[in-house]
Design a protein around this ligand. Structure first.
Ligand SMILES: [Cu+2]
Length: 278
């Protein structure tokens, strides 16, 4: 048993070493995916340094009270139970202390919420549309649009994660503010990228906004985070963060390669549409 566990541990170490540019979930992983944005840094800090210690302290305190009262007030020691039903001091305390705890959590929590909500001046805009069951992507300023479908397990290449790989990647530059416009074409979906600290509902008939600024190049994986039907688990997201130079090179290729879906590109001007259809 121990040997098996150790083998799994070594295997996961090897996996970490061989897939160092792909940020996906690992076997036996604890905690969040590696953070590459300042928003996700704050999410991790709020969870690990503020909420988790409070949860542990409350759980330990309640467990201590339970065990203490079970032992101290057991029937063999207290044959006649106390009939105390009110204690003003304790009642004030058990109302006030939880209020203080909630305020302590609320302050950094609201700060983070506004940080996610207020979009800084953006360098690149990406429009994301959720479909049953794949994602559509548009770069409105570049007049590019394409779709990303999951790669079936039997078609995976070595080192590609199962159920997370897509045929087309979203390619974006590192250290640039990316504004993401999110909508859906049929039912509710949600575009979620754990390493970026991004999770936004994709609502038909409505455009939600969010942003991220990835600080590290690499391939990042995400998934649809809203139960959207029978293939909800099979519409992953892959974002490849590259240098600005590589991004510009990709744009040149993408403008040719992905101009074949002009009917999906609501931003494409009509002249361009006609040209590409002919
Ligand atoms: Cu979905």
């Amino acid at each position: 048993m121990t040997k098996k566990l150790l083998n799994k541990f070594y295997l996961s170490l090897v996996l970490v070493a061989t897939t160092n540019t792909a940020f996906t979930r690992e076997n036996w992983q604890f905690g969040f995916s590696e953070s590459v944005t300042s928003v996700m840094d704050d999410v991790v800090h709020l969870h690990d340094k503020i909420i988790l210690p409070i949860i542990v302290a409350i759980s330990v305190f309640v467990l201590f009270l339970l065990i203490y009262s079970l032992i101290k007030f057991r029937s063999s020691k207290n044959p006649i139970p106390s009939k105390t039903s009110h204690n003003t001091l304790i009642e004030v305390l058990w109302t006030l202390i939880p209020c203080v705890i909630l305020v302590v959590i609320a302050v950094p929590s609201f700060r983070l919420l506004y940080k996610q909500d207020i979009i800084p001046k953006s360098d690149v805009t990406l429009k994301v549309t959720g479909y049953q069951w794949y994602w559509g992507y548009e770069y409105p300023d570049e007049k590019i649009s394409f779709e990303a479908n999951m790669v079936e397990t039997k078609n995976l290449k070595p080192n590609q994660p199962r159920l997370l790989e897509t045929d087309n990647y979203v390619v974006l530059p590192a250290n640039k503010v990316v504004k993401v416009l999110i909508t859906a074409n049929d039912v509710l979906h949600a575009w979620a990228m754990p390493s970026f600290g991004v999770n936004r509902e994709a609502v038909p008939g409505r455009i939600n906004e969010t942003w991220f600024k990835a600080q590290k190049e690499g391939i990042y994986y995400g998934q649809c985070l809203e139960l959207c039907g029978s293939k909800h688990a099979f519409m992953p997201i892959v974002v490849k963060i590259v240098s600005e130079k590589e991004y510009n090179e990709w744009l040149k290729v993408a403008k040719v390669k992905f101009a074949k879906y002009p009917e999906n590109n609501i931003f494409a001007d009509n002249n361009l549409k006609e040209k590409t259809i002919k």
